[in-house]
Each structure stands twice: as structure tokens, then as C-alpha cells.
Design a protein around this ligand. Sequence first.
Ligand SMILES: [Zn+2]
Length: 94
Amino acid sequence: MRHQNTYKKLKDEFLATHTLCAKCDKVIPLYGRTVHHKYGRLGKLKCWVPGWRMLCWKCHDWVHGHPAAARELGLYAPHGMWRDYKKAVLNEAH
Ligand SMILES: [Zn+2]
């Protein structure tokens, strides 16, 4: 359960400090903010904050419904990087 607590702590901190939606660019009230896992949440990716984006509920729904368009906006993992922690780290390092 310690892992779960770590995730909750990271998530609460992330949501408290990220006020702008990464897609619509609007200031979102805390209760409307969500963590989007750009590379998925498999294994280490779940708690890997550089792979997170803050999205409002509406944009989060849109991203998962339109992965190709979201990918062009940089909100979805490039081809071959979904659920791949090592490639995600390299991709976010530049
Ligand atoms: Zn939004």
C-alpha cells in the first residue's frame, strides 16, 4: 500500500501546482483538474511525473477519444512509446 500512498501524494502535489490545462490552456479550479498519463500508467510510468500532463476533465476525455490528434499536440505518447518507460524518459529528456 505504500506505493499507492506515494502516488496519491505525488498526484495531490501535481494537481495543486498545475493550474493550466495542457490542452485548452484555461485556468482550471482544483476540483476540475486531472492527471493525464501521456505514456500510460504501466509500472514505473504511474509515478513518473515528467510523463504526466494536467488536463481538465473535458480535455482528458477528448485526448483518450482522439489519440492521433492528441499525439500531434504532444499530449499522447509518440508511436512505439506507449507504456515504454525507457523510451519515455529519453523522449522527455530533450
Ligand atoms: Zn482543458
